[in-house]
Ligand binder design. Structure first.
Ligand SMILES: Nc1ncnc2c1ncn2[C@@H]1O[C@H](COP(=O)(O)OP(=O)(O)OP(=O)(O)O)[C@@H](O)[C@H]1O
Ligand SMILES: [Mg+2]
Length: 291
């Protein structure tokens, strides 16, 4: 059970959890291919319980971004079903203005590459864009944006064109522009990439705070140390684009065979004093050389 939240009582937030009434999003048998040729997801079943923090982990190319974009209603699988609060998410359903507003106001996606996401002339306009699209009054959009800018220490950049930002600043603005919409489901694609250690730890704190207020948060990453810090449910995508396991952080971290299979750690050969040693390498877990 997630700490500090009674609403998850008796539920482990994974595909094994049988409490469909609390599911915020369900993926059933989802397969996705780009251009009908390049496999990206294969028969993915995943249920997100409301209020859960989940990390989707997997090697480069395993399908993390594709999975998040399917959840965000950006990509639509030909095979399988995606449900948000029991309602199908598809190109057809999102053509309905009522459902589109319902879905877009509740689900926020932060792209892996902020350059794909940011397109407004200034940071302030970028932050106000989402709330204005949702029909919020101008003043409300502005006050929300000011609040978020302050929270992320971005006030000094409000009038800056987004292309005149550093990579890390762009990433923060991308996160900020989704927060102004106050979504109940946040999909964050490699959120700590390119951030300095202080900003990374701020982002982790932010994720915890959002979780405490009941948001459902999904993070795609190959950074196992971030997963450890977040203490999230973990879904492991392997290179065959399938979800091989969903479990608690400890359970996944201890499953060396799975982490090797998913290419999240690797076997590494070193030569010391003329001797050959073979041992496992992970970015944090097996990093210390004891010999
Ligand atoms: N626009 C695209 N056109 C064709 N194939 C694509 C496209 N985007 C992704 N793919 C392919 O789909 C698969 C999954 O890609 P995806 O970007 O979802 O992986 P990922 O797990 O997010 O990788 P990374 O860790 O590098 O971000 C990969 O094999 C990739 O080559
Ligand atoms: Mg990706």
């Amino acid at each position: 059970m997630e700490a500090g939240s009674s609403r998850h009582m008796g539920c482990d937030g994974s595909i094994h959890c049988v409490s469909p009434e609390k599911a915020i999003m369900e993926l059933v048998g989802v397969s996705y291919e780009y251009y009908d040729r390049f496999k990206a997801l294969e028969e993915v079943d995943l249920t997100l319980q409301e209020g859960v923090k989940m990390a989707i982990v997997g090697a480069n190319g395993s399908g993390k971004s594709t999975l998040l974009q399917v959840m965000a209603g950006i990509l639509f699988p030909k095979k399988g079903r995606v449900l948000f609060r029991k309602r199908p998410v598809s190109e057809t359903s999102l053509r309905d203005p009522g459902f589109r507003h319902f879905f877009r106001s509740r689900v926020g996606y932060v792209f892996q590459d902020p350059d794909v996401q940011l397109f407004c002339p200034t940071v302030m306009e970028e932050l106000m864009f989402g709330p204005l699209q949702l029909g919020l009054p101008h003043e409300e959009a502005r006050s929300r944006s000011e609040e978020i800018l302050e929270m992320l220490s971005l006030e000094g950049l409000a009038q800056r064109p987004t292309y005149m930002l550093s990579g890390g600043e762009k990433k923060k603005v991308a996160v900020a522009s989704v927060l102004t919409m106050n979504p109940e489901l946040l999909l964050l694609d490699e959120p700590t990439n390119g951030l300095d250690p202080r900003t990374q730890s701020f982002l982790v704190d932010l994720i915890f705070s959002l979780h405490e207020v009941g948001k459902t948060i999904v993070i795609a990453t190959h950074d196992l140390s971030l997963v450890m810090e977040l203490h999230a449910k973990v879904a492991v995508l392997t290179e065959d684009h399938r979800i091989h396991k969903v479990g608690d952080t400890e359970e996944i971290i201890e499953d060396e065979a799975l982490l090797l299979k998913a290419n999240l750690i690797h076997e590494h050969t070193h030569r010391h004093d003329g001797e050959k040693h073979s041992h496992l390498h992970g970015h944090f877990l097996f990093h210390r050389h004891t010999h």
